[in-house]
Design a binder for this molecule. Structure first.
Ligand SMILES: Cc1cc2nc3c(=O)[nH]c(=O)nc-3n(C[C@H](O)[C@H](O)[C@H](O)COP(=O)(O)O)c2cc1C
Length: 306
């Protein structure tokens, strides 16, 4: 039998598949479709210090090659998330990863400290890379020193393992990865969406009220694979890979590039059963390509740079 289990800092995964932040809410809607305990883990929607209403609508648009979104971190605030959503998710047998966002380092610290007080959150995913919020987000995600600084402060504010979620909207992703690793990150999560835009010829206006948004879906997979591959050569902390996964071969591709687990985002909107389907398909695909376990495949596509 193919072994799907993977151990990562703070996370014992029964399989490497988890829904990506913001594409699964807090799981309630999906829990009507299947047992969330089947998932390797769940990454919750971003939490900020207090409630955020997000950007004006329209904030989602389809393109010929993926989806654009500029939700703007809408969420009920960390306290409410802990009170109702973490409590709800803790009924299922899987680790919970909390996605932490903020406009200032102090806000990141506050959110991280609050999750640290709960007994059901197993790790933090530090969202330094949201391209759609005016203050904070983008600067943290594109400047190695600021990314390192927020990582260090969050590590001090909490005992939970911290997976820093990197933005692809940079010219040197390896420099970002190395900076947060040096600052104490326990793992990386990559990639977030790529900055994009769509203009409607009839109205002659951008389709999103925010004008620009984050592109996700299959169009970004080759970029994500390249970035995971490059970063894997240069850091020793594990990577949760994501960007455009729609089938089990995509999952294997991320593992081969060096990811230890894989998150699925946009595909959940097209097919709410995508995560359990991938979990069921993965053993067949691993066997087809000669692997006995997930662990066996991690990084096997990565040849060291000379
Ligand atoms: C509608 C939407 C909302 C998102 N919200 C968040 C979020 O709150 N925090 C975050 O770190 N990433 C967020 N993301 C990014 C995803 O977690 C993921 O990194 C990205 O979409 C790439 O994966 P995919 O191509 O499988 O969707 C969001 C993506 C979408 C499409």
């Amino acid at each position: 039998m193919t072994n799907l289990a993977v151990d990562l800092p703070g996370l014992r995964l029964k399989n490497p598949i988890m829904p990506a932040s913001g594409c699964f809410g807090f799981g309630r809607e999906y829990s009507d479709f299947y047992d969330l305990g089947k998932l390797g883990a769940v990454i919750m929607k971003a939490a900020t210090g207090s409630e955020r209403f997000g950007n004006n609508t329209p904030r989602v648009a389809e393109t010929a090659s993926g989806m654009l979104n500029a939700i703007g971190l809408q969420n009920p605030g960390v306290d409410k998330i802990i009170e109702s959503e973490v409590d709800f998710l803790s009924n299922y047998d899987m680790p919970i990863i909390a996605n932490v966002a903020g406009s200032t380092i102090g806000e990141y610290e506050k959110v991280a400290a609050a999750f640290n007080q709960t007994k059901h959150v197993h790790a933090l995913e530090l969202n330094i890379s949201c391209p759609n919020v005016k203050e904070g987000g983008i600067q943290f995600g594109t400047d190695p020193n600021m990314a390192a600084n927020v990582t260090k402060m969050v590590k001090q504010a909490s005992n939970l393992p911290v997976y820093v979620k990197l933005s692809p909207n940079v010219s040197d992703i390896v420099a970002m990865a190395k900076a947060v690793e040096a600052a104490g990150a326990d793992g990386l999560s990559m990639i977030n969406t790529l900055s994009g835009m769509k203009i409607d010829p009839s109205s002659k206006r951008p389709l999103l009220a925010n004008k620009t948004g984050g592109l996700s879906g299959p169009a970004i997979k080759p970029i994500a694979i390249r970035m995971v591959y490059e970063v894997k050569q240069q850091v020793s902390i594990p990577i949760i890979g994501m960007g455009g996964v729609t089938n089990a071969e995509d999952v294997l591709e991320f593992l081969l590039a060096g990811a230890s687990a894989v998150a699925v985002g946009t595909a959940n909107f097209q097919n709410p059963f995508i995560c359990p389907e991938l979990i069921d398909e993965l053993p067949k695909i691993l066997t087809k390509y000669g692997f006995l376990s997930v662990q066996d495949a991690i990084g096997k596509g990565a040849i060291l740079y000379e």
